[in-house]
Design a protein around this ligand. Structure first.
Ligand code: SAM
Length: 319
């Protein structure tokens, strides 16, 4: 499958907070170095970094083979300045072999392409098999979770990862359903949740199955575990002056990023928070791209011990 028009590139995924992220990462000292786009997706952020400086190189990582194929096609014109790696970003270190990075971007979650294609099974809006694997080499699907876990385990997943208040009721319904036949399709799950989760007619906004689908996706792809590991791997490979930019889309991810960044900005870790509060897309972007609405961008710089000392002294002197 090849993607050869500008429209196809845009429709694969519209990058969120593209210029802000690229600007934060390609500051004066680091423009021409090696960057990692840990969530390559449609290749938009990687392309932004490659265009920002003629000597910048980008290693693009994605666990989805379709993203790798699409972005490799889109970025082929950059020749050896771009390399695509089909892997989970938690394994970042395996592909760097001692390279010190000028910057890393992580634009979390799923791409529009993944959401919009029914055969990937991520969306309650499109009927398809309940798959939800970003990496299709993985064994566990969302259907496996729903058909093999106990009622208690399903409730815990929906509560812990989806913060779903009706977790127990939904789990009970799933177990009742599967007494007759296995639950296999996204539409079956969406209907089942809608039969349990009451939404007053005046409360518009998110679909009743949003939290359930997100929880299953996070479980199938171990998203919180991968994020923890990926942040540590990225930080340990950043050069002095290198920056890490993370775009998250829900509170659990953002909380984890915030806590980790705060830890690195603590006395002994040599990090400098560049965004004390997360940055959000402007109105123009949220009007054009509904998926940008919940985005939060945080950026930290690894400044090394001397710079850290300067910052501490500045703080002490009340500067
Ligand atoms: C929101 S999209 C990225 C879009 C991209 N920044 C762009 O501008 O087109 C997220 C991508 O990250 C990938 N992804 C999510 N978690 C990952 C992980 N742990 N390791 C590797 N890729 C991951 C998904 O497969 C998806 O393609």
């Amino acid at each position: 499958m090849f993607f050869d028009t500008a429209q196809t590139m845009k429709s694969y995924h519209e990058s969120v907070m593209l210029s802000e992220t690229v600007d934060w990462l390609t500051h004066e000292r680091q423009r021409g170095g090696v960057f990692v786009d840990a969530t390559l997706g449609g290749g938009g952020h990687a392309e932004g970094l490659l265009l920002a400086h003629s000597e910048a190189r980008v290693i693009g990582i994605d666990q989805d083979d379709e993203a790798i194929r699409h972005a490799s096609e889109r970025l082929a014109r950059f020749g050896e300045r771009f390399r695509a790696v089909h892997a989970n970003f938690r394994e970042l270190a395996d592909y760097l072999k001692g390279v010190e990075l000028a910057g890393v971007v992580m634009d979390l979650g799923v791409s529009s392409h993944q959401l919009d294609h029914p055969d990937r099974g991520f969306s309650f809006m499109r009927d398809g098999l309940l798959d939800m694997r970003m990496d299709r080499r993985g064994e566990l699907t969302a259907a496996d979770v729903l058909n093999c876990c106990s009622e208690k385990e399903i409730a815990r997943i929906l509560w812990d990862l989806g913060e779903e208040r009706a977790s127990r009721r939904i789990a009970r319904r799933v177990v009742e359903f599967r007494k007759n036949r296995p639950i296999r399709r996204t539409a079956e799950l969406a209907d089942l949740v809608m039969g349990v989760v009451y939404r007053p007619p005046h409360r518009r906004g998110s679909h009743p199955a949003t939290n359930t689908f997100r929880a299953l996706r996070m479980m199938v792809n171990d998203e919180m575990g991968a994020l923890k590991d990926g942040l540590l791997a990225a930080w340990s490979h950043l050069a002095r002056g290198g920056r890490l930019a993370v775009i998250s889309f829900h509170s659990m991810e953002d909380r984890l990023v915030k806590q980790q960044f705060r830890h690195w900005a603590g006395e002994d870790e040599g990090g400098r928070l560049l965004t004390r509060k997360p940055l959000e897309p402007d109105e123009e972007e949220t009007l054009c791209n509904a998926r940008a609405r919940s985005a939060k961008l945080r950026v930290i710089e690894k400044c090394g011990s001397e710079k850290k000392q300067e910052i501490l002294e500045e703080k002490e002197n009340g500067a």
